[in-house]
Design a protein around this ligand. Structure first.
Ligand code: FES
Length: 311
């Protein structure tokens, strides 16, 4: 059996659900808000966890290389300690992401976290042994820790690549939108402040008429594919019903996580009561700042602005 298939078995291991539930209760004690958004990477516009794990992995790997050479004990110990310190916020960021993922991700995440906690303990023991001058033990424990980190990293990669946990689930829409105008319905079909499901080809869209404007964006949430047409609209934003990510209607920008990637927004126009959409002319599905857009023309029926059109 191939390695990937073995890891898929973990996804189906319902026995892990009790542990996952207990872990989730602990992680959920951290309230939604700015701190959680920092852990997700909302302000960066990029998931924080994969960035932060570079430090402990890099430090511990470097320590392992130094352990191969005589006279490097002091530097190696510093690297081991650097990795221990850096692992704590990296784990916190990973836990925040994990708590907003699906069951299968969480089962693999439980084993991923266990492997990394074992690694952390081994490196803690390695550091203590090194500080007492027992460098042989320090190196051996460090090597075992590196092995545990390798297992943890492999499982983390499975979550990221096989299960697309942390991937931008809505990005594909960017490549599937036509550059020509396509009608998606009559303006009267879209009630004010009510997200409506629509399709263009086989791509699902969410359409929101708000404040006299029509906004159209990819329906599946960039976080974990939640259906935005079942979300709530308020304050010119739409909130995903699954984990509460909030996106600006005007440009799809993330107001609050766990999503870190903007929602693709389409260029919109209304003519003779018909709402049409197309890929923004810039090719990017995020519009220019309002000041630039304002200079492009004032009559929206002739000069539509990305992501919205007046009704
Ligand atoms: S799917 Fe998680 S916030 Fe939308």
């Amino acid at each position: 059996m191939r390695l990937g298939e073995r890891i898929h078995r973990i996804e189906r291991a319902k026995g892990l659900d009790r542990v996952a539930g207990a872990m989730k209760r602990v992680v959920d004690a951290v309230p939604e808000g700015r701190f959680r958004d920092v852990l997700h990477g909302v302000q960066l516009g990029h998931p924080m966890h994969p960035l932060m794990v570079q430090v402990p992995i890099g430090a511990w790997l470097s320590a392992a290389v130094l352990d191969c050479f005589p006279g490097t004990e002091r530097s190696a110990r510093r690297l081991v300690n650097t990795g221990i310190i850096a692992a704590v916020p990296a784990m916190a960021a990973g836990a925040a992401d994990w708590s907003r993922q699906h069951e299968r991700h969480q089962r693999v995440g439980v084993v991923h976290a266990a492997a990394n906690n074992v690694a952390l303990m081994l490196y803690g023991a390695s550091s203590m042994a090194r500080s007492r001058g027992r460098h042989g033990w320090g190196k051996a424990l460090g090597a075992a820790g590196l092995g545990a980190v390798g297992v943890g990293g492999m499982l983390g990669a499975h979550i990221a690549y096989h299960l697309a946990g942390g991937a931008n689930r809505a990005d594909y829409v960017t490549d599937r939108m036509p550059s020509e105008w396509h009608d998606i319905g009559m303006l009267t079909e879209f009630p004010e402040e009510t997200p409506m499901h629509g399709v263009l080809g086989d791509t699902p869209l969410v359409i929101v008429r708000s404040g006299g404007e029509v906004h159209v964006m990819a329906e599946i949430c960039s976080h974990m594919s939640g259906p935005l047409s079942k979300g709530e609209v308020s304050d010119d934003c739409i909130t995903c019903p699954w984990h509460g990510s909030t996106f600006r209607l005007a440009d799809g920008g993330v107001v609050s996580g766990p999503a870190t990637a903007s929602q693709p927004v389409l260029e919109t126009r209304v003519r003779d009561g018909v709402v049409s959409v197309r890929r923004p002319e810039s090719g990017a599905l995020v519009p220019p700042p309002r000041s630039e857009a304002a200079g492009a023309g004032s009559e929206q029926e002739k000069q539509p602005t990305t992501g919205r059109a007046r009704g």
